[in-house]
Design a protein around this ligand. Structure first.
Ligand SMILES: [Zn+2]
Ligand SMILES: [Zn+2]
Length: 312
């Protein structure tokens, strides 16, 4: 039995969910040095084992470079590995400032993140097609970064591209440039770097093409996989509208049980997903130990997981 603290008409109350069977042995969302995480695949696999995770998916941003390493590392530790990836997709619905602020987000989302999972061996032809589609999304990151650094330099803020690229152990991204700007004294904080210069629509940002949820999901399905919208709390969209949009885009699930979600988010998303026939997924979104984060320890309802995952 699990208790949820839910909010109704401005007041909070506890409810018990006694019928469902719960598990804390899944962690389907985390990052390594192949993208913006601070641990190597082996170090993360050690942590997963230590935290009693039995089913683990590695979901680095726009890259599947860690799959082979992770598959080996998981099997050495008796963990079931599910190949995964977190795809950077377009923002598809307008955001509402009140909802964003209620969720302590001070910036509108620049992208939506879609988790893709391949619980059984991906279908070979579909996977080749998927990889061919994915690689420019990943490789575009360096040329785009160099273009952004040029723009920053043109505003008189001297930044060495080697410094920025060397901060990224895997995929380079805007946070690495923001950190370099803070260290060089051009801005006070990462937040200022984004607000003034690097955020969407700001003068040093370089847009890159992003796929739609429907396009990404169609390719994942062709390779035998399924998709789940990551951290739905970040997008500033009413949950029911969001879930209807996922249904229309053929997305299979929603990450109702994300580390950042309150009980109320988890409970509402789970019940809405059930009502609309979507699965739910669970993830720590672990990047590093900063802020006391750790992988695992995320209870989820077993029969709400997509069948491909619960039977993996
Ligand atoms: Zn994400
Ligand atoms: Zn993530």
């Amino acid at each position: 039995m699990i208790c949820f603290e839910i909010e109704e008409r401005g007041s909070k109350r506890l409810i018990e969910e006694v019928e469902a069977m719960w598990t804390s042995s899944f962690d389907l969302h985390c990052h390594t040095t192949h993208s913006d995480g601070s641990l190597s695949v082996d170090e993360l696999a050690d942590e997963m084992a230590k935290q009693q995770v039995k089913v683990w998916s590695l979901t680095d941003h726009d890259t599947i470079a860690g799959w082979d390493e992770a598959k080996r590392a998981a099997s050495e530790r008796g963990i079931k590995f599910i190949p995964g990836v977190e795809l950077t997709c377009d923002v598809e619905l307008p955001w509402n400032r009140e909802i964003l602020e209620a969720n302590s987000r001070n910036r509108p989302p620049s992208s939506w993140h879609l988790l893709a999972y391949f619980p059984h061996e991906p279908l070979e032809d579909g996977l080749k097609q998927f990889e061919a589609w994915l690689s420019p999304l990943h490789e575009d990151r360096v040329p785009r970064m160099l273009e952004m650094i040029d723009k920053v330099n043109a505003f008189g803020m001297k930044i060495d591209p080697v410094d920025v690229l060397s901060r990224a152990k895997g995929s380079v991204g805007r946070p690495h440039l923001a950190m370099a700007m803070v260290d060089a004294g051009h801005v006070e904080s990462m937040n200022e770097a984004f607000e003034q210069w690097l955020g969407d629509g700001r003068p040093c940002n370089v847009e890159r093409p992003k796929p739609s949820l429907a396009e990404a999901t169609a390719l994942v399905h062709a390779a035998g996989g399924i998709t789940s919208l990551a951290h739905p709390r970040y997008y500033g969209v009413d949950y029911e509208t969001l879930i209807q949009h996922l249904k229309a885009s053929n997305v299979d699930a929603i990450e109702a049980f994300h580390r950042s979600h309150s009980d109320d988010d988890r409970h509402r998303l789970w019940k809405l997903a059930e009502a609309y026939g979507l699965g739910v997924t669970v993830g720590s979104d672990f990047h590093s130990f900063n802020g006391g984060h750790r992988p695992g320890h995320m209870p989820v309802v077993i029969n709400a997981l997509p069948e491909l995952i619960s039977s993996a």
